[in-house]
Design a binder for this molecule. Structure first.
Ligand code: GAR
Length: 208
């Protein structure tokens, strides 16, 4: 079983999708061993507790800078003996020690079709506001490995979702979550835990 730690910052609907997918047998060979929240009052922590997963808080404002915050997250994950780290609505970019410790062992979900509408500053509802302002007709979600650059690592899975006339950032966010994020993130985790993801430079292949 791959001991998996999930990083969260807010609602935790992606965490819930992971918990539900695991409970219904859609994620193989994975143990949800830790949920680490950057906020003490994140709803995601309640979801972890209801599912019996140990929850930890690494409260961003209590650290002087991003490096200290990174080292605290890293320490929490290593003490919990985590092998795979999943960024599920985690709003921060972490420093190099995290990349060095978990290279090719970190998966992020981003709520667009990367490389569109991604990178520094694109998170949460802001992403969907930018999609609507640009007038694109298709958006979606991307599950990818995390590297040094925001939303740049090798792509594992993507799923497209239509933009519908009259969408607000909220309606679009919900459709992207329901039709894409909550499906491909559990799938990507299962593929990793089954040892089926092969990374060659930027290209990820799925072995049978
Ligand atoms: C999700 O839409 C996730 O893809 C997005 O934040 C939301 C968190 O929701 N993440 C990013 O924008 C990261 N760049 P959740 O807490 O309910 O899972």
């Amino acid at each position: 079983m791959v001991r998996t730690g999930v990083l969260v910052s807010g609602e935790g609907t992606n965490l819930q999708a992971i918990i539900d997918a695991k409970a219904s047998g859609k994620i193989n060979n994975c143990e949800l061993a830790a949920v680490v929240s950057s906020k003490p009052d994140a709803r995601a922590l309640q979801r972890a507790s209801s599912a019996g997963i140990p929850g930890y808080v690494v409260d961003k404002p209590s650290y002087p800078d991003r490096m200290a915050f990174t080292l605290a997250i890293l320490d929490t994950l290593q003490r919990a003996d985590i092998e795979l780290v999943v960024y599920a609505g985690f709003n921060f970019i972490l420093e190099q020690p995290m990349i060095d410790a978990f290279r090719n062992r970190m998966i992020n979900i981003h709520p667009t079709l990367i490389p569109s509408f991604c990178g520094m500053g694109y998170y949460g509802l802001r992403v969907h506001e930018a999609v609507l302002a640009h007038g694109v007709k298709l958006t979606g979600a991307t599950a990818h490995f995390v590297n040094e650059i925001a939303d740049d690592g090798p792509i594992i899975l993507q799923k497209a979702v239509p933009v519908i006339e009259g969408d607000t950032p909220q309606t679009l966010q919900r459709r992207v979550m329901e039709e894409a994020e909550w499906i491909i993130l559990p799938q990507a985790i299962s593929l990793y835990c089954e040892g089926r993801l092969v990374i060659n430079g930027r290209i990820v292949s799925i072995s049978t």
